[in-house]
Design a protein around this ligand. Sequence first.
Ligand SMILES: NC(=O)c1ccc[n+]([C@@H]2O[C@H](COP(=O)([O-])OP(=O)(O)OC[C@H]3O[C@@H](n4cnc5c(N)ncnc54)[C@H](O)[C@@H]3O)[C@@H](O)[C@H]2O)c1
Length: 422
Amino acid sequence: MAEKLPLAIVGCGGMGHRHLYGLAELQAAGLSPFELVGACDPNLDNANSLADQAQERLGTRPQPVADLAALAALGEIQAVDITTLPAHHHTVAIEALERGWHAMCEKPMGLTARACKMMIAKARETGRTLSVAENYRRDPVNRLAKALLDAGHIGTPRLMQQITMGGADQMLISVWRHQKNASGVLLDVGTHFSDIMEYFLGEAETAYAQTRLHEKTRKNPVAGTDGADSGPAGVYGRWQKDMPAEFEATADDAAYATILFKSGAVAQYIEDHAAHGENRWQRSIHGSQGSMNLPGDRSGQRLTLHRDGADPIDDQALLDLVPDFHLDDATAALFGGDRLYEYSCPFSETDRKLIAVEYHELGTCILEGCPPEVGPHEGARAVGLSYSLMESQVAGQALSVDAVCDDQHNAYQAEINDHLGI
Ligand SMILES: NC(=O)c1ccc[n+]([C@@H]2O[C@H](COP(=O)([O-])OP(=O)(O)OC[C@H]3O[C@@H](n4cnc5c(N)ncnc54)[C@H](O)[C@@H]3O)[C@@H](O)[C@H]2O)c1
């Protein structure tokens, strides 16, 4: 490959480190168009930690800096990967785009629909790439499910059930994930599910929901321990051990929703991060000729196809039904095949492979001028659909998802927008 694109990771916490591991995975596969030159975080301990680990994994040490001005002073940045807290996504992305840099931004794209609209406008104005790092749909098993759906193997989709229940009163990864002004769980996790529902069923039309804040006091079991290897990909423990053992939650933690899609399909959507007793996971899609049960994202497990009058299929025969199904080149190289119905790796490896795929796509978009799969429109829709649930609760009625995306229903988000000063 010719000259590498100089890149900086902005936000060097848990996901910043996980993105570094993804970049290293891409480099090890010989597919990285990037050279990591900057590690940016106002918390310089975090920036230095990422730079040290980059030295080990990439063989070069990016410059740790505290802000984008210091990054610009390096004089060579072409792209930034934004893995900051969600409240900073719009400010960092907008400043980066104004500086002429391309950007990939972690989900949720912005903290509110209004923040997303500002990012969309800036991406349009500058003509730079703004990609949203949405990883769930990139899972090879979700790619296969989409191919089977598009080929009509369950007929016309009628009902999707997306149900996740568990969590009780435990902290989910970090304190900020329970705080409304920083991004509650229904946004943090919900954007993934909003994206995957629209990926499978097309754009949502209306949403009605009851949302709740059930667990007003959350508990952090890692507080005061040595914090080793806790949280997704084992990277969060060193921060979690210093977080409080108990704290007040301010963001809604459960949503019970009905979503109507423009296609006429309906989703029954339950996202309850405060559920006690039995944990539940279900993702299924019923259509006019069959149904599909889908496994957890990043699990590598198989999906099962049920069609009237036939035995369920969960193996190689799934691939025979979609002879034209092929994963993109980077996914195929990283996961070891361009036609997969399952894969087997530890979570941390799957995690970095999917992040590697996101980086590869970003590089292609920058070099070839093509739009990302999850760009500003798709990223903002996932945020808008997630907030449609909380806005519906406040409004006491079903709301147009387009109108929430357009910031026309924002009573729940008003306090957050005030907090952001937008
Ligand atoms: N796609 C996924 O599977 C997934 C998983 C985890 C987190 N995320 C997303 O990644 C983002 C970061 O989450 P996290 O778990 O790493 O949080 P974190 O709290 O571990 O890290 C956030 C980091 O951002 C830094 N930061 C804050 N303001 C900044 C600024 N203005 N400039 C630069 N850095 C700044 C903080 O100092 C901290 O180091 C969130 O948007 C989150 O939703 C995505």
